[in-house]
Design a protein around this ligand. Structure first.
Ligand SMILES: [Cu+2]
Length: 297
């Protein structure tokens, strides 16, 4: 009787320990999942960020998936090589293996260590090229935005939405930032696009090479004077997404952020009407770069 009691007590204690361990594990996982979102940063970098900013387009979803897949592959290869090295170090050092084998060739092994890496590289190349085509083949676009990189701000125009054009300049005075605007990324006029619509971005540089890049959209393309480059994105969530000029373009390279506000179709239509009034473009007027110099604003 006593013995049975002891056994039952032991089992109960073990169960309790297991339950507690499970609870701890679940809590840690929940915390990690919660923190993961914080660490990822939504539309902008965040403190203690790990990994990419949260994806907001199908292209970025694919980039993240490809990156994660590669990471697993790399870890597996590095782990495998590490295990081989450890075996060599432990089992085949001069002390534990004083009379080494004189084997010099092993055809099967040599074919295997040539063919297996080739297979791995091909397995990586296929999704890699698929991703590249997805990024570079612009699908039928719903709207086009032209982004011109200038020293040191961006000018946006919407060729199929009316004759208006506006500058997007960094807000240097922190007291003028809206509550939701991060320092060094907040701009006076954001580029506005509708949600769930394919946006074609055509970009060029006014005087030197800049680059249009928004991490959450998986977009990064050079803005080169004298030519037009094209990229696209389809933002699936409303919000503000920040990027930065990504080609060293002069003293204020760090001060020409890209801010894209993704809004509903209705809000976009309202914004377009407002923009047409506010920034009506007069093509006969000469471009006044001095007036657009952030230093004079
Ligand atoms: Cu630039």
């Amino acid at each position: 009787m006593r013995r049975t009691d002891g056994l039952i007590d032991g089992a109960v204690t073990t169960m309790l320990v297991f339950k507690r361990l499970t609870a701890v594990a679940v809590t840690i996982c929940a915390l990690m999942a919660g923190l993961g979102a914080v660490w990822a940063g939504d539309g902008k970098p965040s403190d203690w960020q790990m990994n990419f900013q949260q994806s907001a387009t199908p292209v970025m979803d694919d980039i993240v998936r490809f990156h994660t897949g590669l990471l697993y592959t790399i870890v597996a290869i590095a782990g495998f090589v590490l295990v081989l090295l450890l075996i060599v170090i432990v089992r085949f050092n001069a002390r534990s293996n004083p009379t080494p084998s004189r084997t010099t060739h092993n055809t099967t092994l040599e074919v295997a260590w040539t063919v297996i890496p080739v297979v791995i590289l091909v397995a990586i190349a296929v999704p890699s090229f698929r991703l590249l085509f997805l990024q570079l083949n612009t699908p039928q676009a719903d709207i086009t935005v032209k982004a011109t990189g200038k020293q040191w701000f961006w000018t946006y125009s919407y060729p199929d939405n009316g004759k208006f054009e506006f500058d997007s300049v960094l807000i240097r005075d922190v007291t003028k930032l809206r509550a939701d605007q991060p320092r060094l990324l907040g701009v006076d006029n954001e580029m506005v696009v509708p949600v769930n619509k394919t946006v074609r971005v055509i970009t060029t540089g006014a005087e030197v090479i800049h680059a249009f890049a928004v991490p959450s959209f998986g977009v990064k393309i050079d803005s080169i004077p004298g030519r037009i480059n094209e990229t696209w994105f389809k933002a699936t969530r409303e919000g503000i997404y920040y990027g930065q000029c990504s080609e060293l373009c002069g003293k204020d390279h760090s001060a020409m952020p890209i801010a894209v506000r993704v809004v509903s179709d209705q809000a976009f239509a309202t914004w377009v009407e407002e923009a047409k009034r506010k920034w009506a473009r007069d093509d006969s007027a000469p471009t006044n770069f001095a007036a657009a110099d952030p230093a004079t604003r």
